[in-house]
Design a protein around this ligand. Structure first.
Ligand code: RRO
Length: 310
């Protein structure tokens, strides 16, 4: 069974890697991912300068997944750029740098620095952080997204991707796709970030479970799987020539299979990785390979995007 994926001009040894934000803020965590069965590595969303993030508690596991309002704690762009300089690209595991500037200028400044370095690392610009108080999610502002992509084009001459928030209406899928399709070097979209501003309530304490934003936070895990699959499916259809990376609710080979069937080129793991650690990758890859064997599929190309309708 062949789980390898060829895209962005390279072949990586599998289809699974971490969702940005999970197990990727510190070099030790990134190295643990690289040493695991993950097929690629993406760094925590970087801002130009380091951030401590929101007050704790800011992450809570729930029976159906997770809620977080981390608030973009990260080591700052230079830290991840330095990691990218020293990364062992020869392993075949792609390195992605997630960028989440607090302004368009900050995002362009980071893209410019990355371009100057000429490294093989690929940027995934985060248009969808739900957790910085006072900062709306860029991906929900279509005009601002269009302007941002024009600026990225003018700043960065390589292939890049964007991390999108979940959309919930066909009109929004169509409007965003029209904007994304104006940009040939936008090579992939990652669907989805957490479902923003959910609220988890604890009955015993009659209280919220995380401190920032009076308890509002991004949902991950089982809550988000159907929304993630819908976004993967719709953007797979609407963005010919681009790749879709699936992210949302993957905790076994079964959800990874669903994402690929919906059209995903590669699949990220967030909440499950947070709870299980990097050993999750070998387990999920093994389960996916077993499911493919039972179904008679020998490669991901054999079923990617082939979801049937009734
Ligand atoms: O750091 C966060 O609070 C965070 C970010 Br940047 C994001 O993109 N998605 C998320 O769920 N949390």
């Amino acid at each position: 069974i062949d789980l390898s994926v060829t895209w962005l001009g390279q072949t990586m040894p599998g289809c699974l890697y971490n969702a940005s934000g999970v197990w990727c803020r510190e070099e030790g965590e990134l190295e643990a991912l690289h040493a695991s069965a993950a097929a690629a590595v993406i760094t925590k969303s970087a801002t130009l300068t380091p951030r401590d993030g929101n007050p704790e508690p800011r992450y809570c596991r729930t029976p159906l997944g997770s809620i977080n309002s981390m608030g973009l704690p990260n080591r700052g762009f230079d830290y991840y750029l330095d990691y990218a300089r020293r990364y062992r690209y020869g392993s075949g595991k792609l390195l992605f740098l997630s960028l989440s500037g607090l302004s368009l200028d900050d995002n362009c400044a980071m893209l410019r620095r990355l371009a100057e370095e000429g490294l093989p690392a690929v940027p995934e610009v985060n248009l969808s952080c739900p957790n910085v108080p006072g900062k709306p999610q860029l991906g929900y502002d279509f005009a601002a997204t269009a302007e941002a992509l024009e600026a990225f084009d003018a700043t960065y001459s390589g292939l890049y991707g964007v991390k999108l928030p979940p959309y919930f209406d066909p009109a929004h899928f169509a409007a965003m796709a029209e904007i994304l399709n104006r940009h040939p070097r936008l090579a992939f979209v990652t669907c989805i970030n957490s479902i923003g501003n959910g609220l988890v309530v604890d009955i015993d304490s009659e209280a919220v479970v995380i401190k920032p934003k009076d308890g509002l936070g991004g949902l991950g895990g089982d809550y988000v799987l159907p929304t993630a699959l819908a976004n993967v499916r719709e953007f797979f259809r609407l963005l010919p020539g681009k790749d879709v990376v699936g992210c949302g609710g993957v905790k076994s080979g079964r959800e990874a299979f669903m994402h690929i069937l919906a059209g995903a080129r590669a699949v990220q793991v967030g909440t499950c990785l947070y709870h299980e650690g990097p050993g999750a990758f070998s387990r999920i890859a093994g389960e996916l390979a077993m499911l493919m064997r039972v179904k008679g599929y020998r490669s991901l190309d054999a079923f990617r995007g082939r979801l049937r309708t009734l």
